[in-house]
Design a binder for this molecule. Sequence first.
Ligand code: AMP
Length: 326
Amino acid sequence: MNIEQMKRVLDKIKEYQSIIVFRHKRPDGDAVGSSKGLCEILRLSYPDKEIRLLNSDYSDYVAFLGGEDAPVEDEVYARSLGIVLDTATTDRISNTRFSLCREIVRIDHHIDVKPYGDVVWVEPERSSTCEMVVAFWDAFRTELKINREAATYLYTGMVTDSGRFRFRSVSGDTMRYAGMLLDEGVDADRIYSQLYTKELNVLHFQGYMYGKIKRTENGVAYLYVSRRLQKRFGLSHEDAGAAVSYMDSIRGSLIWAAFIECKDGSIRVRLRSRFVTVNTLAEKYHGGGHDCACGATVYSKKEVKRLLADADARLKEYKENNEGWL
Ligand code: AMP
């Protein structure tokens, strides 16, 4: 924990009357949870400040957490502190007007590839940005307030970004912070129900896709989700992207990838692994992210094949040099 950086973040927050909170595009539970959670904490703690959450795209998956604030004029941005959460690079920030802010604070658990921001607090070993926001509140409890609503946002992000508290990034701190949120009255049963229930068409898609999983020579599992398939099952882009999770428990397939055809003709890659580091692979294909959960974009089937060949070589090398993998 970097208390010095946390203190600098708090000092910056205190300096400003107006604060705008941002997060990454195609938001996941952590992006939405951390941004909404921090906003709520700041609203409770500083009722006289103007706190806004302003982003440009939304997520169906965590829509149950609620919406954001109404757009404001450029003039408001110009006098505001911008706080960007859970976003490794500026091109991934959902609201491009973030750059109009007078100063930027960045709070993130992604690996620092292209540093930005006036005050930066980055801890890549944290299981989620939500965990960092809880740590922030806990460190300054005498100053910052929390309630059940904020705790619910933050718990949701912690749960989703840690693979339900399963990933290696989960530490004793993670569980202690999650416990603190439960103490605030979080209804975990309700959150899990929101996360797990799905429409029947999506379940049919899932059943269909299990039969379509392919593997490379050394065991990289993959699925290709064409636009045609997305139309056939009536899927949103987010529903289609969920296909990556269908491959997360195949023995010997330590790397897996879902290729999702986008409206603009590009192909979104969702890349996952256990034990093996794959973010360097994503970086080679216009992407990035965490060691074992990252994303990229490719523009042709040829590039899909090339990425799979690279992933296959990576897995081969890993299997040859490591024992005890599953
Ligand atoms: P996703 O598969 O979209 O859930 O992404 C997994 C992780 O990789 C997230 O932390 C994203 O922020 C990151 N990521 C996804 N796509 C990209 C990209 N094109 N460039 C950089 N990071 C990405």
